[in-house]
Ligand binder design. Structure first.
Ligand SMILES: [Zn+2]
Length: 294
């Protein structure tokens, strides 16, 4: 009698405790899917680390979708965040793509808007607790913009740190490529292979040979001399390489490598205690350079 009463009380106690603290549900990594309360939990679980997958809208040869870069980098970032929790910002396709304005479907914002929108986006992310923002780039045309954006964070004080990670498709043990790696740059074998994993429904391999992705080499300048028209001079079809030889085998390797690279980046950023401390020291000293120890 006594034992069964205790047992009943225990069961009652357990059920009350269960009712008060429901089993933790799996938090989504998608910013836009979280409720406000879940967002708070997500920021805590992510230790303030958020991902901003970054792409553009541009032609990708005759066989891939306009949003290809963003679709691929979001595939890598979302899979990485499932492995090492981070909150992933919604679709952001406001990068640098002036060089494809002659092609249908390209959306190329002005340089001022690109920088202002990105600054306000990271400011807003940080105001909501993302004190460590990893911009995961998916588009080669952003390769100058994003490090420049990170450099300009030193202009004025910010209470957060911007990190940039590039496209990470290659690594040891990579399956042999069938096309020339020197021109496998845009909608070519490597990129198309990743798309076959991320969004196979949007890849039309049969259309890949309809245009040439060959290097037309129409401007000849010494190495080290840069000019903005270089890309159009080489690849006016906005296609560089041979998408037709893409394979799911290479795509699986490249996607896995990219996901692992972002997982490692999230872990390293979570463990980074120095960048924000040094940024604050830098801002402080910048405001009084004559007091900086010589
Ligand atoms: Zn691109």
């Amino acid at each position: 009698m006594h034992t069964s009463l205790l047992l009943a009380l225990n069961v009652l106690g357990a059920s009350i405790a269960w009712a008060q603290t429901p089993a933790p549900s799996k938090l989504s990594v998608y910013w836009e899917e979280l409720s406000a309360a879940e967002f708070k939990d997500g920021i805590a679980r992510a230790q303030g680390t958020c991902l901003l997958p970054f792409g553009v809208l541009e032609k990708h040869g005759p066989h891939l979708p306009l949003g290809n870069d963003l679709l691929n980098v979001r595939y890598a970032a979302l899979n990485a965040a499932q492995q090492e929790y981070a909150i992933v910002f919604p679709a952001y396709y406001f990068g640098q793509i002036a060089e494809a304005k002659q092609q249908p479907g390209t959306v190329a914002y002005s340089r001022r808007l690109q920088l202002d929108l990105l600054q306000e986006t990271t400011d807003e992310m940080a105001r909501n607790g993302c004190k460590k923002i990893i911009i995961a780039n998916g588009h080669g045309g952003n390769n100058s913009l994003l490090p420049y954006f990170a450099q300009t964070q030193l202009d004025t004080p910010h209470d957060y740190v911007v990190y940039v990670v590039g496209i990470m498709r290659s690594g040891p043990g990579e399956p042999k490529h069938k096309s020339n790696p020197a021109t496998d740059m845009h909608a070519g074998e490597s990129e198309t292979s990743v798309s076959m994993i991320a969004r196979p429904d949007l890849v039309h391999l049969d259309r890949a040979p309809q245009e040439s992705g060959a290097d037309q080499a129409r401007v000849r300048l010494p190495d080290g001399v840069y000019t903005g028209i270089w890309w159009y001079a080489r690849f006016p079809n906005h296609y560089a390489g041979e998408g037709a030889v893409a394979s799911r085998e290479l795509g699986a390797f490249a996607a896995r490598t990219w996901i692992n690279g972002i997982v490692q980046a999230i872990r390293a950023v979570k463990a980074d205690r120095e960048s924000l401390r040094l940024q604050n020291e830098f801002y402080e000293r910048s405001s009084r350079p004559l007091e900086t120890p010589q």
